[in-house]
Write a protein that binds this ligand. Structure first.
Ligand SMILES: *Cc1c(COP(=O)(O)O)cnc(C)c1O
Length: 380
């Protein structure tokens, strides 16, 4: 039986391991110089003004909601085709996620619906760069400015992506990345909030450390024991061990991205003109970073469905996946917000058709070809 190919997998080499070991032998295991080093490196890479490293992408979303001051009674507009964490973060702060549908061909937030969903309670819009393709930030910016809303990005899929020549992480008033092992670079678990806004950055930073105004490292440098808690925060710190891995991984990001884009090109060519297996559309001006490679299956009249294709591929050792069950269909959300099937037809239709194919920098051409051959076989 051929080797199982997962849909995503981290790439860790001896340099990464050496950097982690170096940190383990140093004085700083938690918040030391490595955290700032990693934050600075991500800021340099993306061009963002401030970066606040936190313990996960979910923590980053929560810190971002806190940073912009989401509170009870506020509404935040979110696409329903996203990972639940995007909407959960709004709930953590007592706000209400208000969902929009997506464009059928890109699975990106339907910008026209954003405008329709704005009320007096709306505080912010969170776009999500599905699969690694940036949302339509020019249009979102126009709407946000017109209605005096804060524009945010869940950029967990899009580290390294470009929108009209601008880097993901700089496309909104604040953005978040995740460093989970399936994402572009990993720190085991980890995340970051990015912004050019000094106040948002300061608030996110305080939030990650219990709402306390100075961290241990700074206190030690200042030679003072004093600290005070000014607001209710969390322990969302990312540690020096993780940041050492992050810095080392970031050096390899250009190579990772190049390989992801090469794999996408092979898939694109293979599926070109195929009516049954259709890759997502890439909008002009977008250079996606391909966190995922998603195809939509059009199997009407073939006698098989997505579930059957999924099972056949899994049985053939191809680790396909489905991203995502739209958030409004999760039982928790149906109960909490009264959402139901039929509310967002494009997302619901996409959910029935999509399948995420293996996509990670360690895939060689032979593995990509095996995925192509198996999916062709599976839809017959
Ligand atoms: C991965 C991901 C998150 C959460 O990141 P974690 O680091 O796993 O907490 C949030 N939103 C999206 C769109 C993601 O893909």
């Amino acid at each position: 039986m051929a080797e199982y190919i997962p849909y995503g997998r981290q790439y860790i080499d001896d340099d990464d391991i050496a950097e982690v070991v170096k940190t383990l032998k140093s004085d700083w295991l938690t918040t030391g110089p490595g955290v700032e080093r990693f934050e600075k490196a991500v800021c340099e890479y993306t061009g963002a003004g401030y970066g606040i490293a936190v313990s996960s992408g979910t923590a980053a979303l929560h810190a971002m909601m806190y940073a912009i001051g989401v509170k009870e009674g506020d509404e935040v507009i979110v696409p329903t085709m996203t990972f639940a964490a995007t909407a959960n973060a709004v709930l953590y702060c007592g706000g209400k996620p208000v969902f929009t549908d997506i464009e059928a061909e890109t699975l990106l937030m339907d910008v026209k619906q954003v405008e329709e969903k704005i009320s007096e309670k709306t505080k912010a819009i969170i776009a999500m760069d599905y699969g690694g393709q940036p949302a339509d930030y020019d249009e979102l910016r126009r709407i946000a400015d017109k209605r005096k809303l804060i524009l945010l990005a869940d950029a967990c899929h899009s580290l390294g992506a470009e929108y009209k020549g601008r880097m993901a992480g700089t496309l909104a008033d604040a953005s978040v990345f995740s460093f989970h092992p399936v994402k572009h670079i990993t720190t085991g678990e980890g995340g970051m909030v990015l912004s050019d806004d000094a106040e948002y950055a300061a608030r996110a930073k305080i939030f990650r450390n219990h709402g306390i105004t100075s961290d241990h490292h700074k206190r030690q440098l200042a030679g003072t024991w004093y600290y005070e808690m000014t607001d209710l925060g969390m322990n969302y710190r990312l540690n020096d061990i993780q940041c050492a891995l992050g810095c080392s991984q970031l050096k390899k990001l250009p190579g990772f991205l190049q390989r992801r884009r090469e794999i996408a090109e092979i898939y694109d060519k293979f599926f070109a003109g195929n009516q049954k297996i259709r890759p997502l559309k890439v909008e002009p001006g977008n250079n996606p970073s391909y966190h995922l490679y998603v195809v939509k299956l059009y199997l009407e009249g073939t006698g098989i469905d997505r579930q059957e294709v999924f099972v056949r591929l899994r049985n053939a050792g191809i680790g396909v996946n489905v991203h995502y069950l739209p958030v409004h269909l999760h039982p928790y959300y149906q109960q909490k917000l009264g959402t139901c099937r039929g509310m967002f037809p494009n997302s619901e239709e996409a959910y029935e058709r999509i399948i995420s194919l293996p996509m990670f920098p360690g895939m060689d051409n032979g593995m990509v070809q095996r995925v192509c051959d198996e999916i062709n076989k599976a839809v017959k």
